[in-house]
Design a protein around this ligand. Structure first.
Ligand code: SF4
Ligand code: SF4
Length: 352
């Protein structure tokens, strides 16, 4: 099936940029959209992603370029002025410049349960069409993942990708790999495609246009120490207490905790804050809760907890900032906890 690209830039490209965090499946959606262009829409297409360590919670960008087959895609550079942007986690706003390159011609698709005017203010969106879709809610209802819902919404936002072609590419890709999840995934794509309404914003002077700028790191291949060094162990570069999970978050119920430490040994990111204390009248290491800076929402801790002292809850129902246990507040005897490190990164006399 061939399609006509609606508008292209000066190079003849139609461009999509996905802004996400690791674990939400944006990279997969980029690959699917790339494949869709070349194999199903009779376009030339390319896709590539930009990310750091492949860790849940780290910022991820994925880029998709399309052009007619009488042209070639010979560039592999980041997309600075996309026709469509998909924002997989609204809390990315303010942490990285997701609105770079957005103007009147851009369609911005955001995973949010908020109203467009509030989202525009949060994003500081200059102008363009804003599509707000509660991908998490739809994904829960349809037993799929938010990336499938956003695939439908982003496809619709382009104006030329049909629902049939999206369904076909999903059947032929993730459907073959995960057949048991196919119906849920297709339902998610359909809801994403059908449930969207755009709100147009003109350049009313409220928020300035943002130029796209590459973030330069202090260390690169030329000057980084051999083997690499993570200066903030256990943390991610733009991590805070909100933007690194997929909708669910572990919640700690201290009264049920027997301080067995299973959560701590299971957690890959050393989120739990154990300090010297007392349990049942005896000296013991006791669990004080979670440092959510480091939590990526994998929920392994919930699975292993023997007493249901950890439960998986919808993140949007909780003020995580108030539940958050900062390890720097837990200075106990000779243990001095670092502000930004995971709980096992401590300075002890024996460690010096
Ligand atoms: S696994 Fe559960 S009971 Fe054990 S320390 Fe962790 S929260 Fe407490
Ligand atoms: S969900 Fe639990 S196991 Fe996973 S990173 Fe967060 S605290 Fe650790």
């Amino acid at each position: 099936m061939s399609v006509n690209l609606p508008i292209t830039n000066e190079h003849g490209f139609y461009e999509i940029r996905l802004e996400s965090i690791g674990g939400l499946g944006a990279n997969l959606i980029g690959k699917i959209l790339g494949e869709l262009g070349a194999l199903y829409l009779e376009l030339n297409s390319s896709n590539f992603a930009s990310y750091g360590s492949e860790k849940k919670g780290t910022p991820v960008k994925s880029f998709i370029r399309y052009c007619d087959t009488d042209k070639e895609i010979r560039i592999n550079s980041p997309i600075e002025k996309p026709h469509v942007i998909g924002i997989f986690h609204e809390n990315l706003a303010g942490k990285i410049p997701v609105m770079a390159g957005v103007d009147e011609n851009t369609v911005v698709v955001v995973n949010t349960n908020d109203e467009p005017d509030a989202v525009r203010d949060r994003l500081k969106m200059h102008a363009g069409t804003l599509i707000c879709i509660d991908a998490l809610k739809i994904a829960l209802e349809e037993r799929t993942r938010i990336n499938m819902v956003l695939l439908g919404a982003i496809g619709k936002a382009t104006g030329f990708i049909t629902l049939d072609s999206l369904e076909q590419v999903v059947r032929d890709t993730v459907g073959k790999k995960y057949p048991a999840a196919l119906e849920g995934n297709l339902a998610g794509v359909r809801r994403g495609y059908e449930d969207i309404i755009g709100t147009e914003y003109k350049d009313d002077g409220k928020y300035p246009y943002q130029e796209y700028k590459e973030v330069k790191r202090d260390w690169g291949y030329a000057n980084a120490p051999i083997g690499g060094v993570n200066t903030i162990p256990g943390s991610t570069i733009t991590n805070d207490v909100s933007a690194s999970r997929q909708g669910y978050v572990p919640i700690f119920h201290e009264e049920k905790c027997i301080h067995c430490g299973l959560c701590d040994t299971t957690c890959p990111d050393m989120v739990f804050q154990f300090v010297q204390g007392e349990y049942r009248g005896k000296p013991s290491m006791v669990n004080k809760g979670l440092d959510y800076h480091h939590c990526k929402g994998c929920l392994r801790c919930v699975e292993v907890c023997p007493t249901a002292a950890l439960t998986a809850e919808l993140e949007r129902d909780y003020d995580i900032g108030k539940l958050h246990v900062r390890n720097k507040d837990l200075i106990v005897d000779s243990l001095e906890f670092e502000d930004t490190g995971a709980n096992s990164i401590v300075n002890t006399e024996s460690g010096n």
